[in-house]
Design a protein around this ligand. Structure first.
Ligand code: C2E
Ligand code: CA
Ligand code: CA
Length: 528
């Protein structure tokens, strides 16, 4: 029901709010899910770090025990020591080689027997552990060397890094774990590197051994969180999407309901925004104001004064026209009744009534209430019926019209000649007046055929004994023509335009008792 020519904004709050409401549970739920996923990933990282640390300590304990057992051999000739060195390699699953050194030089190994190579204490973190990238026997193959001894004499026990790497590789690839010994570290890819291990972007966890100079670092990558959420809570994810759609849908429905034409009319009715404009009807001869037609206007808070053809058709369609007409009758009576002395006896007040209002007898009460506000005989109430919605001649409607006549209420047939059933109405209901539609009045001064039609209508009214009101009189030529054809009443811009009740009362009070016809029509009041 557009009330203005302006198109509604495409991105108004009405279109954006449902999206926002729909996204709210989705984003809120995702935030909670993300928090939960990060907590679980952190726990998993901690568990992985603890696991790797425990296994590393387990292996180092074995190396430590082997080193303790071999320490008394340090300094003894290689011929004596090489057999026990080899025996230790065989006995201990984790030990890959055993080496004796003296005066900070290796002099006997389990693999080669006598050997000579310098031992640099600086390679060993806290003099105990060295994570190296391979030795002369297996270059590029990482080893972990445990050193035990003092005063340049002692034992070196090595373990193949594969034993440790197995645990690193067992953990989730999205949860990287690294082992660090001093300046060296190794990850699941099996390469010893220098410097600090790259800390995992999210929640880095670091666990240091209390017995060995070794620590384990774990964590999870940023992109792991979303993958984890999708992989672990698919049902919850689906539920959130459904909740979002539902919330957005309900919001959209509520907005549409609240801003629907029906709701808008209901609101306007409660706010008394439907106001009466009165257009005088003049009688033949002296053109004195002998009545008014009450025309509805919508005093809209934003769109200003709205013409009836922009909202009456919708109100008729939605059935809201009945309470609107009822309110219009009440307001008109309320504002005119105090000025009843200004009105001549039998001053005609006409309301436009739709078929819906004639379905039951409530119209009788509305009319009785209206008339009760004026002194008896002061006003003559007329109801104008149109053919926009057909009135079915049921027992109720026939009773209604009979009782209306009994009350002195008159019935006028509006826009006569424009619809299909004007003549049917004349047969079925007791009609008092015909209102000749302005399209026929506009024919005056036109071709002969049009004038014949108009004259026939006037003649028909005379034969049926009906009163005639001609609408839309705009020129003196039309006025004089209708006068010649003894049309009882005239209405149109030539005499007066529809005006607010206050203006009507002011004009009425200012008019002489037998007023002369105002030559120029009063200024337009309605801002179209
Ligand atoms: P209508 O009942 O035929 O009312 C006469 C219409 O002609 C009014 O338009 C009036 O302003 C206009 N009019 C009067 N004199 C002249 C003239 O000399 N020249 C021209 N060109 N027009 C003239 P308005 O007020 O815009 O009303 C339009 C229609 O809306 C009415 O036609 C009526 O069918 C409907 N309407 C108005 N108020 C109500 C109401 O309270 N209830 C119902 N159901 N319908 C209403
Ligand atoms: Ca009318
Ligand atoms: Ca009309």
């Amino acid at each position: 029901m557009p009330l203005t020519a302006l198109r509604p904004a495409r991105w108004s709050w009405r279109t954006l709010l449902p999206w926002a409401v729909g996204l709210l549970p989705l984003l809120g739920g995702m935030a909670v899910m993300r928090w939960q996923a990060e907590r679980e990933l952190l726990e998993q990282s901690q568990a992985a770090a603890i696991q790797v640390l425990r296994q590393s300590e387990l292996i180092l304990d074995q190396l430590s025990r082997s080193a303790q057992a071999l320490l008394p051999l340090a300094g003894q000739p290689c011929e004596v020591a090489s057999l026990p060195l080899r025996a230790e390699v065989t006995r201990n699953a984790f030990v890959r080689s055993t080496v004796l050194f003296n005066h900070d030089r290796v002099y006997c190994t389990s693999l080669l027997g006598g050997y000579d190579e310098a031992v640099d204490l600086n390679d060993y973190t806290e003099g105990t552990l060295w994570l190296m990238n391979g030795n002369s026997v297996t270059p590029g193959h990482p080893l972990l060397v445990y050193r035990l001894g003092s005063a340049g004499r002692g034992v070196l026990v090595t373990v193949d890094s594969e034993h440790v790497l197995t645990f690193l590789r067992l953990s989730d690839p999205g949860l990287p774990v690294q082992i660090r010994v001093g300046e060296h570290w190794i990850g699941a890819e099996g390469q010893v590197r220098n410097g600090s291990p790259p800390s995992a972007i999210k929640a880095p966890v670091r666990m240091a051994s209390t017995r060995f100079p070794l620590s384990v670092q774990a964590g999870f990558r940023e992109d792991r969180t979303l993958a984890y959420m999708l992989g672990h809570y698919p049902a919850l994810f689906g539920l959130l999407v459904m909740l979002g759609l539902l919330a957005g849908g309900v919001c959209r429905w509520q907005i549409r309901r609240a801003t629907s034409p029906r709701a808008e009319i209901e609101r306007a009715l409660q706010a008394n925004e439907f106001v009466a404009y009165l257009q005088p009807v003049v009688r033949r001869g002296d053109y004195k104001w002998s009545g008014v037609e009450v025309l509805m206007r919508w005093q809209h808070p934003k769109d200003g004064l709205v013409r009836p053809d922009l909202f009456i058709p919708y109100a008729e369609h939605s059935g809201q026209i009945v309470p609107m007409t009822r309110a219009l009758m009440a307001h008109t009576a309320h504002s005119l009744a105090p000025f009843a002395p200004l009105l001549d006896d039998h001053f005609h007040i006409a309301f436009n009534i739709t078929a819906d209002h004639c379905r039951d007898l409530s119209l009788l009460d509305d009319c009785a209430r209206f008339l009760a506000q004026f002194p008896p005989g002061r006003v003559a109430l007329t109801l104008e019926l149109t053919e926009r919605k057909l009135i079915e001649p049921s027992p109720t409607t026939l009773e209604l019209f009979d009782k209306l006549h009994d009350m002195g209420v008159m019935i006028a047939l509006d826009d006569f000649g424009t619809g299909q059933s004007s003549l049917n109405y004349l047969r079925q209901f007791r009609i008092d007046y015909l209102k000749i539609d302005q399209s026929f009045v506009a024919m005056i001064g036109g071709d002969a055929l049009s004038l014949h039609i108009l004259e026939s209508i006037i003649e028909l009214c005379g034969k049926l004994g009906l009163g005639i009101v001609a609408e839309g009189v705009e020129t003196a030529e039309q006025r004089d023509y209708l006068d010649r054809y003894t049309v009882d009443y005239q209405q149109g811009y030539l005499f007066a335009r529809p005006m607010p009740v206050a203006d009507f009362l002011k004009s009425l009070a200012a008019r002489p008792s037998t007023p002369a016809l105002s030559k120029a029509p009063p200024p337009e009041i309605i801002p179209d």
